[in-house]
Write a protein that binds this ligand. Sequence first.
Ligand code: SF4
Length: 312
Amino acid sequence: MARTAYWMQCGGCGGDSIALLNLQSPDLLEVLRALDLELLYHPSLSTVGPREHDALVRAIVSGERALDVLCVEGAIVRGPGGTGMFDVSRGRPRKDLVSALAQQARWVVAVGTCAAYGGISGASVVEATGLQFHQRTRGGFLGEGFVAKSGAPVINLPGCPVQPETVAAALGAIVAGDALELDEHQAPVSLYGLRVHQGCTRNEYHEYRVEERGFGERGCLFFHMGCEGPMTRGACNRVLWNQRSSKTRVGVPCFGCTRPEFPRPTPFFETPNIEGLPLELPDGINRPHYLAYKTMAAAAAPLRLRKRTSGV
Ligand code: SF4
C-alpha cells in the first residue's frame, strides 16, 4: 500500500519547496513514484479547494485517513501573545493544525532550518520556534518528549534551504523503514555527518592559510570573509546545488545555515577574529596550537597557491 505524506508551510519563505522543485535526475515526481509515496497535500502544488482540504484534514485527524509522513516547512508561529494568530489557516492558528497532524503522523520531518530550529523566523518578533528545538535548546513547539507514532522524534533536515537531495534521501529511508541515526540535534548522521569544509575546492588554501580579504579571489574564506564551513554540518560540497556548484565554489562563504543558531548575529561576510584568527574554531581545537600550525603553514605555502593560480 502506498505511503502518504502531507506538506505544511508555516512561518518561512517557502524556499525549501522551491528547492525541492529543482530536484533533478530523478525529479520530484519520479521520486514520489519510486517511493510509492502519495502526496496528499502540498500548499503550492495541490489543486484541491479549501473544502476538500478541510475534509482531508478532518479525515487525518479522526484517524480515518492514515498519515505516514508529516513534512513541516517554516517555523511554528506562536505570536501574538501565544495565540498563533500571526499565521492562520482558514481563520484558525496554523500551529493548532501542526499539533493535530503531528499527533497522527507516523513520522514528523522538519524541512529546513526554520522548522528544525526556528531559523530566520525564530529570530523575528512573531514568537516562532522550531518543531522540537529552539536553536540548540530542546523543546520547541512540540516539546522535548514528543515522539511520532513510529516512536521517532522529529527528524530535522536543516538548511536554508535544505538541499532537495537530502529531502529525497530522508523520505526514501523513512519509507524503506530504515532506522535513521540522528545526531544531538536530531539531524540524520548519514546526511549531515560531513562538514561543508570537506570537499570544498579551497581546502588547499585553507591548509596553508592562504586567505582572502575581498571577493573574486581563490583563497580560503574562513579567516576574514565569514566562512563557517569547518563548523557546519551539511553536504553542500559533496552534493552540489543544481548538480553543479556550491556557495564556496562561487566565492561566497558558507553562512552556516544548517547550524541550530543560524542566523548568527554578526555580519555574514565578515569573520569575527583577533589578528586574523577566527574567534570560533572547529570543536576541540587547541587555540595556541592552531595558531602555531597556521603560522607555519602560511610560511610554507607553495608559490602557486600564494599566486592563486590553482585549486579552484
Ligand atoms: S572557503 Fe570555507 S569551506 Fe572552503 S576551505 Fe575555506 S573554510 Fe573551508
